[in-house]
Design a protein around this ligand. Structure first.
Ligand code: ZN
Length: 87
């Protein structure tokens, strides 16, 4: 019964291939789960107007900035008139 033996080997091979495929898929699924796409709130830089995720921007009171330089520049711009002690 050579035919039955061949059939058995072929079925075993298919089952093994399927098992490997499922195993690979589940490991890939496990890999991609940590970086799940979460809806991130976008904030606008008060200095240059660029939009960036809230977790990446620098917050100052109710304002948001794309970088420390723009926060500093914005605060300097908005406190320029108060400099009366000089000259
Ligand atoms: Zn900016």
């Amino acid at each position: 019964m050579l035919f039955r033996l061949i059939l058995f080997v072929v079925i075993c091979g298919l089952a093994y291939a399927l098992y490997k495929k499922i195993q690979k898929q589940s490991s890939e699924k496990l890999d991609s789960s940590p970086k799940e796409p979460t809806t991130t709130e976008m904030k606008r830089c008060a200095k240059c107007g660029v939009h960036l995720p809230i977790n990446e921007c620098i917050q100052y009171q109710t304002l948001h900035f794309c970088c420390e330089d723009h926060k500093k520049a914005y605060l300097e711009d908005h406190s320029a008139g108060d400099d009366s002690s000089n000259s």
